[in-house]
Write a protein that binds this ligand. Structure first.
Ligand SMILES: O=C(O)CCC(=O)C(=O)O
Ligand SMILES: [Fe+2]
Length: 297
């Protein structure tokens, strides 16, 4: 009887999610965790509104990084492949299976990295707020998961996967104005994220699209204050597909919009490198293989 009542309630929520309020979940809603985990299970993707991170903090962080990307000194921070921390110049990454580089430059900031000189600690504040929120959301995901994700002989529970992880990274991205011929490249070609979950505060411009279950590209609205959450391949693997990773891309703008930079800041929540994601595969081995595939190693 209990299961029946629960199922009816759950289906009402799913109905609300897909028919009335497409994939949006209000963090303050009493049923937020149920809605959130259900949409992630169905589509690997959710938009969180009314969450704890102030739009001003995000906007001011973008402003500081716009300044960084506009100075030649950024090259002093160029990353070393074995560390993967620092500045990644324009056209350094291409999506897995794609032979053309993306039209972006970015900076990778880990908990143990250094900020470029002269920057305030606002980015660190945002980093810690995002990690805190990501940890809470992963807790929701774990609680709503089938037993395999709550710990088994092979796989530890999700909250243990991220304990003391040094691999979580904030990627600050700049997509420059398209004042040149893109030669078949796009801002970010279709890909899936490598990590467990990604938290993506709304970018400064539209362009993000996700591939829905029918294989159609859907533009993701870009409202300041929204936080996009998607599942990455590591969680898809560890959950044996219960949480599917979402294919997404960033398309090239046309007209006036092409003359503007676009900034975005995904936080990639990673497990500790020794964590076993699936039989015989550690997070470290998995990540190394993927970094080679996208040209960063
Ligand atoms: O810029 C965006 O909106 C998305 C970036 C992204 O998908 C990535 O860097 O993995
Ligand atoms: Fe991505």
């Amino acid at each position: 009887m209990l299961t029946e009542a629960y199922d009816t309630e759950k289906y009402a929520l799913i109905y609300r999610l897909f028919v009335m309020d497409f994939l949006k979940v209000n963090y303050q809603d009493a049923q937020a965790s149920t809605l959130f985990t259900e949409t992630l299970h169905q589509s690997g993707f959710a938009v969180l509104t009314n969450h704890s991170i102030a739009a001003d903090t995000i906007f001011e962080t973008y402003q500081e990084w716009a300044h960084f990307f506009n100075t030649p000194d950024k090259h002093l921070y160029t990353f070393e492949p074995n560390v993967q921390s620092g500045y990644f110049p324009f056209r350094s990454e291409q999506a897995k299976g794609c032979d053309r580089p993306d039209l972006k430059e970015f900076y990778h900031l880990y908990g143990w990295s250094q900020l470029p000189e002269g920057m305030s600690d606002r980015t660190w504040q945002l980093f810690h707020l995002l990690v805190e929120l990501a940890t809470e959301l992963l807790g929701w995901i774990e609680a709503a998961s089938p037993p395999i994700l709550q710990g088994s002989e092979q796989v530890v529970p999700l909250h243990q996967m991220i304990a003391d992880s040094q691999a979580t990274v904030l990627r600050i991205l700049h997509y420059p104005p398209l004042t040149f011929a893109p030669e078949g490249s796009v801002r970010a070609a279709a890909h899936e994220d490598i990590n467990l979950i990604t938290l993506l505060p709304a970018a400064t411009a539209t362009g993000l699209e996700i591939c829905d279950r029918q294989g159609n590209w859907q533009a993701v609205p870009c409202h300041a204050g929204d936080l996009i959450v998607n599942i990455g391949d590591m969680l898809q693997l560890a959950s044996q597909g219960y949480y599917p990773s979402t294919t997404h891309r960033v398309v090239n703008p046309v007209g006036e919009a092409a003359l503007k930079s676009r900034y975005s800041m995904p936080l990639f929540l990673h497990p500790r490198s020794d964590v076993i994601l699936s039989k015989g595969i550690t997070a470290k081995d998995y990540l190394q293989q993927r970094l080679r595939e996208i040209g960063l190693l």
